[in-house]
Ligand binder design. Structure first.
Ligand code: ZN
Length: 601
């Protein structure tokens, strides 16, 4: 048994999340966490909403609210959406808690003390009317290389060259069109080159990573530059140094604060359990965390933060970069065991885009379809290791052919036949070799499906679980228990149905990490009582250090099924089943396509 940290990417709280977001970080991390808990590991699954930074400030200004009000609005929306999907966070919090501020500042101070944070004067663009920094991507103008008029401050999309904003001809703010002013400004930089050797050595010791993630991370080490970790902005975590702490115009850069959320959320979770040091079992690089493993889940655009920058922060705070140093009050901290990055989900062949209405928000999806239907699609056809397209036609096909006709029908016809003819799970008689064979296929699934989930190959894993379902359907068709109507055939009919219900029970356990809502229903159809697949709950909590109250996602996941075959018990009462899955009318494809914007093809 190990202490397993499931560190899940932090959704940015500037709007509702769409299904592309949750297919990259949400569902895969939940499948993994549920499986690891079922296997007896002590899992801590944490995340929260990422609420600082210029985009939130800009959007709050546009909406006429404060950044905090905007973050409050979308924090709640996102919490409710993730709850609707059944994502089993131990704590889903936010970056505007006082606990988070304190821990971000503790890491900043520790890195600064050890010499890994240095002050520098740079040229920054500011908006003359507001005095605020204009990030590179909020500046556009004419490319000095190719003359394209829509070049952005960081690069030209026409010729592909990297740019600095002061190189643009006729630069202008994309927020309000005014000409930015370039001024000297002092900022703090993280000395990333001081970690190149330590991170290189750590990457060399990584096993089982997806090869593209490892290769991408190694390549980043070839060109590490000091990276700015503060901004000219009022919205964010204050810089915890004398002469800076009370300045209203300088804040810690949002990416620096958000990535520390994995640690601060773990500490918050521990404080809320009443054992404030409990987080150390997942984090400490000493004896307290000796069996700790840490898995980080994200989309591929965030790899750099998890495979280079976060390890650099942890190394620097622990005093383990080129400049040495001493660990801060948290002690030496564990680096990630594995960075699990997914690829992109597109929609009907296009990039998700809220402005062009090529989007479906999680909330809208869950109003019209079941959470497990989406979870099934993501696991079976999501962007695990390739960019993948979501189409409504494929969603409906998989729901109807695989979930309804494959799995749901197996459950429904077996339980209803047993309920009608016996009223209970029937007694088995002597087993034939066909009975033994199908039971063995189901039992073998625990090793194969489990190993695949452990290696983050969820697409293959759910394929193996559905292969058990297919074998069970084949077995039923061949044995045809509905033909055994005579009194003397009844014992054999009972045996076949007993075997079928055992295989269904096993297949249901194999599918539980993927389809927790329907797994609970199937468990109850088989006469089970109590919790089979625990679910998260939304709780309104007080800030631990006196800030405003907020909703969190949490849960008690100790109860529930183990990752093993449990014998069904003959004589357990059965009732006529209700269908577990909903068949979708093919007309929903046209309805959904009509909701999408963009040109007709
Ligand atoms: Zn250009």
């Amino acid at each position: 048994m190990s202490h397993v940290l499931a560190a899940v990417a932090w959704p940015y709280a500037n709007g509702p999340r769409h299904i592309g977001h949750v297919s990259g970080f949400g569902v895969p991390s939940d499948v993994f966490s549920r499986f690891m808990r079922m296997s007896g590991h002590d899992v801590l699954m944490v995340s929260g909403t990422d609420e600082h930074g210029t985009p939130i400030q800009v959007q709050a200004d546009a909406d006429g609210v404060t950044p905090r009000q905007l973050a409050d609005r979308y924090n709640r929306v996102i919490v409710e959406d993730l709850h609707g999907l059944g994502l089993s966070y131990d704590l889903f919090t936010r970056t505007t808690t006082r606990n988070h501020y304190g821990i971000v500042q503790e890491l900043f101070e520790g890195l600064h003390r050890n010499g890994y944070i240095v002050a520098r004067t740079t040229l920054g663009a500011i908006s003359p009317s507001t005095g605020r920094t204009l990030p590179d991507r909020y500046i556009e103008g004419t490319c000095p290389i190719c003359g394209y008029d829509g070049a952005r401050g960081d690069q030209c999309d026409n010729c592909g060259n990297q740019l600095d904003p002061e190189q643009l001809v006729n630069p202008r703010s994309r927020i309000n069109g005014e000409t930015p002013k370039f001024v000297e400004t002092e900022h703090f930089f993280l000395d990333l080159p001081a970690f190149a050797e330590a991170i290189g050595g750590w990457l060399d010791r990584r096993e089982n990573w997806r090869p593209n993630v490892l290769k991408f991370s190694r390549n980043l080490l070839d060109d590490l530059q000091p990276r700015a970790i503060t901004r000219d902005l009022e919205w964010g975590v204050p810089i915890p140094l004398d002469g800076w702490r009370d300045r209203g115009d300088k804040r810690i850069y949002v990416w620096f604060d958000a990535v520390i959320g994995y640690l601060s959320a773990s500490v918050e979770w521990a404080r809320r359990t009443g054992d404030p040091d409990a987080w150390r079992k997942w984090w400490s690089a000493d004896a307290q965390g000796k069996d700790a493993l840490g898995y980080y889940f994200m989309g591929k655009d965030n790899i750099v933060f998890h495979s280079v920058i976060w390890p650099a922060l942890l190394l620097g705070y622990s005093g383990e970069g080129d400049k040495g140093g001493e660990a801060g009050q948290f002690g030496k901290l564990n680096l990630p065991t594995e960075v699990v990055s997914s690829e992109y989900l597109t929609m009907e062949g296009k990039k998700f885009s809220s402005s062009r209405r090529v989007v479906i928000y999680v909330r809208d999806f869950l109003e019209r379809y079941d959470a497990d239907a989406l979870r099934y699609f993501i696991a079976a056809a999501g962007p695990e290791s390739n960019d993948t397209d979501f189409t409504w036609a494929e969603f409906v096909r998989r729901n109807n052919d695989e979930l309804v006709a494959g799995w749901g029908n197996l459950v429904n016809r077996s339980v209803s036949m047993a309920a009608k003819n016996f009223g209970v799970i029937p007694e088995p008689g002597p087993l034939t070799s066909e009975d033994e064979a199908v039971l063995a296929v189901a039992k073998a699934g625990f090793a194969t499906v489990g190993e695949l989930i452990g290696k983050h190959r969820q697409k293959a894993a759910i394929g193996e679980a559905m292969r058990v379902v297919a074998e069970a359907n084949k077995y039923l068709s061949e044995q045809a228990p509905w033909k055994l109507k005579s009194e003397e055939d009844k014992p054999r009919q009972g045996t076949i149905l007993h075997v079928a219900l055992q295989v269904i029970s096993d297949a249901n356990t194999l599918l539980t990490p993927f389809l927790p809502h329907s797994a609970q229903k199937v468990f109850e159809l088989l006469g089970g009582e109590g919790v089979h697949a625990p679910m998260p709950r939304i709780e309104e909590v007080e800030d631990l250090d006196g800030g405003p109250a907020y909703p969190v996602l949490t849960g008690d996941y100790k109860a529930g099924a183990r990752w093993e075959s449990v014998p069904v018990v003959a004589g357990t009462p059965l009732a006529a089943p209700k269908p577990v899955f909903r068949k979708l009318d093919p007309s929903v494809v046209d309805e959904e396509l009509a909701r999408l914007g963009g040109e007709e093809s």
